[in-house]
Design a protein around this ligand. Structure first.
Ligand code: ATP
Ligand code: MG
Length: 469
């Protein structure tokens, strides 16, 4: 669509107050049908929205300008535009364009194409990667097509049937999930182009799925988790029709590939707003689907719930403090209630405690990774955190020194603290280990063995969750 065909945003006097007024007035006159694309976009010119180029990363700007100079459209879209409009610094910037993947590839020597069915380009600037995707038609939503899909999308010669895949900017807007994620900041005019009523929802701080919510959740159940995550992150109200189906449709998340769920769960919970996201994930029944054994155990394990909440809060705080975090620690907490419950059952059946615990750990993990996978590099340290727990009760002789020199000691100790706060172990046990470390860490006379001082220093540097991993 040509920009001179597009009705401009009504001019209003400059200034934030009148901008908001002008905005609302204009929106009242728009045909805002739920989920139906508005045939002509609403364009909010530069003077009337809050996004300035200063807030956009240099790399993203370079990509946008280069596309524009080559005669293509260059738009920021998705979370970057949404976050900037809501006054939050985005974590990354995604670019959408009418250039084909091959054309993007040609334009940027520092790019490579990824994906097979929906190919997109990664343009690299040092450590920053700008994802550039071609406007896409609605392909019923699956954001991460599997191999099967890939094969279906190829013709006999193995060529991608691109005519079915790529589309206009309007189609690209409509196939996205929430209206606030479908706003385009166009570098050609610095305006926001809105095909779906996203600006009105930004104004009302509302998260609204486009189209019929049940259909859109069936197409891609991950949208349920995305709704809760994005609402928690930005403190948005989830529109009732978008929220209502979630509790009864949460079960569909069981069919999403476990590897994708691993990424999505971390995006939702391992971030500064993880605690708020967790509360809704728990409240709306997603926890029961994503962590079935945990969900079942929490029905009668309040200490377990407290441990999980503290682990998420602790992780969020560490991220804010720029300290390392690891999924191993978070998962140790998440799966712990199920492990405890199953270990108790094995003990009732007559197994010795250590064996019962080991069996429970293995069984829970085997069951869990069907729903949400956990890569080995996290599963191994997670199990070590668990396995060290019984050793905190052995406080005699050389045992403490030996335990403290274990590479996973610090993370296991942090986990012990959570258990103590939740009342699952005596505070005295936690205090013993706190003091034991203070005693070891305090300036000591010359080390009796060469190397022991070095070991102490290393241990101090290891910071809890990040410990040794
Ligand atoms: P974040 O700030 O966490 O990056 P985001 O909305 O940008 O949030 P991304 O996963 O980066 O999330 O996705 C970029 C954009 O792609 C979204 O804003 C949305 O427009 C679209 N999108 C992502 N996932 C889906 C989905 N499951 N269904 C439809 N559109 C999606
Ligand atoms: Mg994003």
């Amino acid at each position: 669509m040509d920009s001179d065909e597009i009705p401009a945003w009504p001019a209003t006097a400059a200034g934030a107050g009148s901008r908001r007024e002008g905005c609302s007035r204009a929106l009242k006159n728009r045909p805002l049908h739920r989920g139906l694309a508005i045939s002509e976009p609403l364009i909010i010119p530069r003077a009337e929205h809050g996004i300035s180029r200063r807030q956009i990363s240099d790399s993203a700007l370079k990509v946008l300008y280069r596309l524009n100079q080559a005669g293509y459209r260059g738009c920021l879209v998705g979370g970057g535009v949404r976050d900037l409009l809501l006054g939050v610094q985005p974590k990354d910037f995604d670019v959408a364009t009418d250039a084909s993947p091959e054309e993007i590839r040609e334009l940027f020597s520092n790019s490579r194409l990824i994906g097979r069915r929906f190919r997109l380009a990664h343009v690299r600037f040092g450590r920053e990667i700008i994802e550039v995707s071609t406007f896409r038609a609605d392909m019923s939503g699956d954001e991460s097509p599997d191999e099967e899909d890939d094969r279906r999308a190829m013709d006999d010669a193995g060529r991608i049937l691109r005519d079915n895949v790529y589309g206009s900017i309007e189609e690209d807007a409509r196939r996205r999930d929430f209206t606030v994620n479908a706003l385009y900041y166009d570098i050609a005019d610095f305006g926001i182009h809105d095909y779906v009523g996203g600006m009105a929802d930004i104004e009302q701080r509302q998260l609204r799925l486009m189209g019929d919510p049940e259909t859109r959740y069936r197409e891609d159940p991950v949208r349920m988790l995305r709704a809760l995550r994005i609402a928690a992150k930005l403190d948005l109200e989830i529109e009732p029709a978008t929220l209502d189906p979630i509790p009864r449709m949460a079960g569909l998340l069981a069919d999403v590939p476990a590897a994708r769920m691993f990424d999505e769960v971390l995006k939702a919970l391992m971030n500064p707003d993880g605690p708020a996201a967790f509360e809704t994930v728990y409240e709306y029944g997603l926890l029961d689907v994503l962590f079935p054994a945990t969900g079942a155990a929490l029905k009668h394990d309040s200490a377990g719930l407290m441990i999980i909440r503290r682990a998420i809060a602790n992780t969020a705080q560490r991220i804010r403090d720029d300290r390392p975090v690891t999924p191993a620690f978070l998962y140790a907490a998440f799966l712990w209630p199920g492990v405890q419950a199953l270990a108790a059952r094995f003990q009732e059946e007559g197994r010795p405690p250590a064996q019962a615990l080991a069996m429970a750990q293995r069984d829970i993990l085997v069951e869990q990774v069907q729903r949400v996978s956990l890569p080995k590099r996290f599963a191994v340290p997670m199990r070590e955190i668990w396995q060290l727990q019984p050793r905190f009760h052995k406080q005699r002789g050389k045992q403490p020194a030996r335990l403290m020199s274990h590479p996973r000691f610090r993370a296991a100790y942090d986990f012990l603290l959570l258990r103590a706060e939740a009342g699952e172990v005596d505070q005295a046990t936690a205090d013993f280990w706190t003091q034991a470390q203070e005693a070891t860490d305090s300036p000591a006379p010359a080390p009796s063995r060469p190397g022991s001082a070095g070991r102490r220093r290393r241990r101090r540097r290891r910071g809890g969750q990040g410990g040794g991993g």
